[in-house]
Design a protein. Structure first.
Length: 114
């Protein structure tokens, strides 16, 4: 699914659950409030994306670029973040356990060493 189709579906309140967005260029996309549970975002570029209030449970975000993304109040329980770039992202109110960020980059360095 391309970025325009995904954004339109989110605006219409359609679920995007389980979609494969691996390697997708989703820079600055607005998916706020969308159901993205179980989506594959491996190696996707989500820099500057608005993912606030999204259901992102069990998403695969390994090696995704989430720099400067808005993850405010997103539900990220069960998400995989290994080697994801979260530099400058807004995570206030996000449901995420700190250990889930093991191996993620928060300020250009891994959050936790391997």
């Amino acid at each position: 699914m391309d970025a325009n189709t995904a954004q339109q579906a989110a605006r219409e309140g359609k679920s995007l659950s389980g979609q494969d967005f691996s390697n997708a260029d989703l820079r600055n996309i607005d998916l706020s409030g969308a159901d993205l549970s179980g989506c594959n975002f491996q190696d996707a570029n989500l820099s500057g994306a608005n993912l606030s209030n999204c259901n992102m449970q069990n998403c695969d975000l390994r090696r995704a670029n989430l720099s400067h993304a808005n993850l405010m109040n997103a539900d990220l329980r069960g998400a995989k973040f290994r080697r994801a770039n979260l530099t400058g992202s807004i995570r206030f109110g996000a449901k995420i356990k700190p250990f889930a960020l093991k191996g993620a980059y928060l300020t250009g360095e891994p959050a936790y060493q391997d």
